[in-house]
Design a protein around this ligand. Structure first.
Ligand code: GLC
Ligand code: CA
Length: 571
C-alpha cells in the first residue's frame, strides 16, 4: 500500500464523517468475528466474549462500522456452535450473558454496531424441545415442531426421502423408541446433531419471534440469518430430482443450491414477519441473509423492501480472479439489487470457505472445501498479492462489505493441519475425503513474540497456528507501511472519505484483463492479467502493493487514483 502525497491531507478527508443513521447498513463494512478463534481471555485455548471485549479497540482503529459474531450460544459444539441448545443463553465456553452485555456496551462505546447470528433452520439435538419431541413420540405436538417422518420400505428401514446432508451422508437419522425398537426418522440438512425445525408450525414461528425480541431488547443491532434459504421445504418433501442431484454433485463446497429444501418462495413469509418486528424497534436494526441461492436475481428477493436489508453476495466470492468474470458479476449484482432498491453486500471470505489468500493462490478450478497437506498447496505469495488486489477492488464498490477476521492480516488457511485435529463434521461424514472448514478457523495471531502468538494467556490454541502466522501477527503489521493491515486501514478510511459506498460504477474500456471504472472522484483499476499495463490517468492515491514505477500497473494489482482535483470548498 502506498499513500502518495495528494493535494489534501488525511485529516481533511476524514473531517466530515457523519453517522449515516438508519442507512448505515447500505454502506457498512462489517467485520466477522468467529468467537472461538478471535481472542481467548482465560487460557483454555478457546476464544471468548471477554477476549473479544478486550480486543475491540483494534477493530475500531481498523475503521470498520460493525461486527458480526458467529454463534456463542449454549451448544454442545457439534458444528462449532451452529447447533444451538439454548437460544437465550451464552455457552460457558464463551462466557456469560453479563459478558455479552459488557461486550455490547464496549462495542457501542467505540461506535461499532453489533450483529449476532441467528441459527433458525435447525437446533441442537440437545435443545429442550428436541428432547421433548423424542420423549413424546409419534403424532405428538412436540414432534410437530421438528420434521419427523416414518421411514420407507417394509419396516420403515429406509429414510423418508433421498435427501443428503450438506455435510455428506443422509439427511435423515432414525430414532429409537423407548422400548428399544427402531422408530421414526428426523430430518437434518446438516449434522445428525442439528435437527431441522418445522417452519410450518406456528409454535416455532412464535418462538423465533421471541428469540429475536430477546436479543433486540438486549440492544443488538441486527442478525445474520444462517442458511436463510432453507427454512421452508417443498410440500410433501419430494425426492431430490436427478438434475438437482447433478447440480449438487458439481458443488464442491458442501452447500447445495437447488432442490426441494432450498429457496422455496414461501420462506419469504418468515422474513416479512421478522422485518415487521424489527421495525417496531427502530429502522436501524437489520437482517442479513446467508442464502446460497443459484442466481443473483433469486438472491435479490431476500432484500425486498419488506424483508431483509442485506444478503451476502456469494456470486462475488465465487468469482474467478478474471476481469471479464468480475465485471459480469458486479454488473449482474448491481442490476439485480437495483430492481428492489437494495445495495449489494460484497464478501470474499468467511468461516465456511478457504480464505481468499489461499484460494487465489491455487491453480484455477473449483473452490475446494478445505486444503490438506497432501493436496496441491497454494502459492502464498501470489495468493496474498491477488487477495490484496481483490480486497481493494471490493472495498471500492458501492454497497456494504463483510471482512472475515484475519483477512486484514493477509492470513492464509492452515493447509497442512494434522487430520487428527479436524473438528468440522464434514471430515468424518465425508468418510475422510473432504477436509472441511477447520483451516480457515485457526486462532488469530496478535503478537508475534508471545506464546500462541498472543491469542490468549499461556499460549494454548484450540487448533495449532501455522508457522506463517508469526510474521503476519498484528503487531508485526501495525503502522508498518506496506503491510496488509495498513492497506485495509487506509482503504477503509479512503472508502469513507470518498463516499465510495454510495457511489456508482462507471466502466471505462481498458486493456484486456484490466477492470477499470470510476466511482465518484476516483478511478479504480485492477489488473487481473499476467502483464503490466500503462497506469490509467490520475493521481495515485493507493495501491494494493507498494509501487515504485507510477507509470505502470503491474499484474495482480489494484490502484485507486484521484481523477478530479479535490477542492477544499467541497469539504
Ligand atoms: C451456515 C454456517 C455454517 C454452518 C451451517 C449450518 O452455513 O455458516 O458454519 O455449519 O450454516 O448451521
Ligand atoms: Ca477461553
Amino acid at each position: 500500500m502506498t499513500i502518495e502525497e495528494t493535494t489534501v491531507t488525511f485529516t481533511e478527508l476524514t473531517a466530515d464523517l457523519e453517522n449515516p443513521g438508519p442507512d448505515w447498513r447500505r454502506t457498512a463494512v462489517v467485520y466477522q468475528i468467529y468467537p472461538r478463534s478471535f481472542a481467548d481471555s482465560n487460557g483454555d485455548g478457546i476464544g471468548d466474549l471477554p477476549g473479544i471485549t478486550r480486543r475491540l479497540p483494534a477493530l475500531a482503529e481498523l475503521g470498520v462500522d460493525a461486527i458480526w459474531l458467529s454463534p456463542f450460544y449454549k451448544s454442545p459444539q457439534a458444528d462449532a456452535g451452529y447447533d444451538v441448545a439454548d437460544y437465550r443463553d451464552v455457552d460457558p465456553v464463551f462466557g456469560t450473558l453479563a459478558d455479552f452485555d459488557a461486550m455490547l456496551q464496549r462495542a457501542h462505546g467505540l461506535g461499532l454496531k453489533v450483529i449476532v447470528d441467528l441459527v433458525s433452520n435447525h437446533s441442537s439435538d440437545e435443545h429442550e424441545w428436541f428432547q421433548a419431541a423424542l420423549a413424546a413420540g409419534p403424532g405428538s405436538r412436540e414432534r410437530e415442531r421438528y420434521i419427523f417422518r416414518e421411514g420407507r420400505g417394509e419396516n420403515g428401514e429406509l429414510p423418508p426421502n433421498n435427501w443428503e446432508s450438506c455435510f455428506r451422508g443422509p439427511a435423515w437419522t432414525r430414532t429409537t423408541n423407548p422400548d428399544g425398537t427402531p422408530g421414526q426418522w428426523y430430518l437434518h440438512l446438516f449434522d445428525t446433531k442439528q435437527p431441522d425445525w418445522n417452519w410450518e408450525n406456528p409454535e416455532v414461528r412464535a418462538e423465533f419471534l421471541d428469540v429475536l425480541r430477546f436479543w433486540l431488547d438486549r440492544g443488538v443491532d441486527g442478525f445474520r440469518v444462517d442458511v436463510a434459504h432453507s427454512l421452508i421445504k417443498a410440500p410433501g418433501l419430494p425426492d431430490q430430482a436427478p438434475a438437482d442431484q447433478a447440480a449438487q454433485d458439481a458443488e464442491t463446497d458442501g452447500f447445495f443450491l437447488t432442490g426441494p429444501m432450498w429457496d422455496q418462495d414461501r420462506v419469504h413469509e418468515v422474513y416479512r414477519d421478522w422485518r415487521a418486528l424489527l421495525d417496531t424497534y427502530s429502522p436501524d436494526r437489520i437482517l442479513c441473509a446467508e442464502a446460497w441461492v443459484p442466481s443473483l436475481d433469486r438472491l435479490a428477493r431476500y432484500v425486498r423492501d419488506d424483508e431483509m436489508h442485506q444478503a451476502f453476495n456469494f456470486g462475488y466470492l465465487e468469482s474467478e480472479w478474471d476481469a471479464a468474470h468480475l465485471r459480469a458479476t458486479i454488473d449482474k449484482s448491481i442490476a439485480a439489487n437495483e430492481t428492489v432498491g437494495a445495495p449489494t453486500t460484497w464478501v470474499l471470505s468467511n468461516h465456511d470457505v478457504v480464505r481468499h489468500v489461499s484460494r487465489l493462490g491455487l491453480p484455477a478450478g473449483p473452490r475446494p472445501n478445505g486444503i490438506r497437506a497432501e493436496d496441491v498447496q497454494p502459492d502464498h505469495e501470489l495468493g496474498l498479492r491477488r487477495a490484496r488486489a481483490a480486497t481493494l477492488l471490493m472495498l471500492s464498490l458501492p454497497g456494504s462489505a463483510y471482512v472475515y477476521q484475519g483477512e486484514e492480516l493477509g492470513l492464509p488457511d492452515h493447509t497442512s493441519l494434522d487430520d487428527d485435529l479436524r473438528q468440522d463434521p464434514t471430515w468424518w461424514r465425508s468418510q475422510y475425503t473432504e477436509a472441511g472448514r477447520d483451516g480457515c478457523r485457526v486462532p488469530l495471531p496478535w503478537e508475534a513474540d508471545e506464546p500462541g502468538l498472543g491469542f490468549g494467556p499461556g499460549g494454548a490454541t484450540w487448533l495449532p497456528q501455522p508457522a506463517a502466522y508469526a510474521e503476519l501477527a498484528r503487531d508485526r503489521q501495525h503502522e508498518v507501511e506496506g503491510s496488509t493491515l495498513e492497506m485495509y486501514r487506509t482503504a477503509l478510511a479512503f472508502r469513507r472519505a470518498f463516499a465510495l459506498a454510495v457511489g456508482t460504477v462507471g466502466w471505462v474500456e481498458s486493456a484486456p484483463g484490466v477492470l477499470q471504472f470510476t466511482n465518484g472522484e476516483l478511478t479504480v483499476a485492477a489488473n487481473t492479467g499476467t502483464e503490466s499495463v500503462p497506469m490509467p490517468e490520475g493521481e495515485l492515491l493507493m495501491s494494493s502493493v507498494p509501487l515504485t514505477d507510477h507509470g505502470t500497473l503491474p499484474a495482480d494489482t489494484t490502484v485507486w487514483l484521484l481523477t478530479e482535483v479535490f477542492n477544499e470548498s467541497q469539504s
